[in-house]
Design a protein. Structure first.
Length: 269
């Protein structure tokens, strides 16, 4: 909970300051936030909190690079959720890219060190469950954010994306702050004491979130999530360079398939 909270509490004030300054400098008024906006923004924010908790727990089950890859089922699931919630369809090439990416995730779902057992026994484990659950939640989060930005009728892309991000991060900070005050006050002190590392997490999260929200404002959330799998390259590099973790040939094959799906998306969508 503390690790998840630190991602929001150190980024929310920066987001608010940046978007307020941008609105003043660009001479734009903040867009009106109607009931539809709040429905999508708050549901997306809650889903992201729960998904992040799943991912943090997932890191204790698998190594860093493969843990991130489990989360990437969100791309496939975002396409499904986006279709039913927002009515956004996908091209055949886009569906093909998503399905190929899902194959890569299945290849990666076999726990390391297991030498025998049925296919279903190998993939039905705690790590796979956490990864799939985080994928579902991140899918609802992405679609919620896209729905929120699309509901705003005024302002340019940066203002609409930034306003949505400011509301979401502020609500997440308040909700998690109240939870920790009631359930685990010492964790708040731990987050404060770790301000150097946690602050860096918050800043990098803010920069990444701005990119995500701008992309959600411009394009189908499923395509955005599929392209976003490019982070696997950086996750793999972090796993090897910083954590000295070994990556198996099976895991490399799964990641390679996921990267092919990204190239398909870039070339044909």
């Amino acid at each position: 909970m503390g690790a998840t909270f630190s991602r929001f509490v150190y980024s929310a004030p920066l987001v608010a300051l940046i978007i307020f300054s941008y609105a003043r400098l660009s001479g734009q008024a903040f867009p009106a936030l109607d009931a539809t906006f709040w429905k999508y923004a708050l549901s997306g924010g809650l889903a992201q909190i729960l998904a992040t908790l799943c991912v943090v727990e997932l890191f204790s089950q698998r190594n860093f690079a493969v843990g991130i890859t489990f989360k990437k089922t969100e791309a496939l699931q975002t396409g499904i959720v986006g279709y039913f919630v927002l009515g956004e369809g996908m091209s055949r090439s886009g569906i093909g890219a998503l399905l190929l990416g899902f194959v890569g995730v299945v290849i990666l779902s076999d726990p390391p060190g297991r030498k025998s057992g049925s296919f279903w026994k190998n993939i039905l484990n705690r790590a796979a469950g956490l990864g799939l659950l985080s994928g579902v939640l991140f899918a609802f989060s992405a679609v919620g954010y896209r729905g929120a930005t699309l509901s705003l009728e005024t302002g340019d892309v940066l203002l609409r994306a930034g306003s949505t991000l400011a509301v979401v991060t502020a609500s997440q900070t308040i909700a998690m702050g109240l939870w920790l005050i009631l359930r685990d006050p010492p964790e708040l002190l731990a987050v404060a004491r770790s301000w150097r590392v946690a602050g860096l997490v918050g800043i990098s999260s803010m920069i990444g979130s701005f990119g995500w929200f701008i992309a959600f404002t411009l394009q189908n959330a499923a395509y955005v999530k599929t392209l976003g799998q490019i982070e696997l390259i950086f996750s793999l590099a972090a796993s090897v360079l910083f954590f000295q973790e070994k990556i198996t040939s099976r895991e490399l094959a799964g990641i390679a398939i996921l990267m092919i799906s990204i190239l398909m998306l870039v070339l044909f969508i």
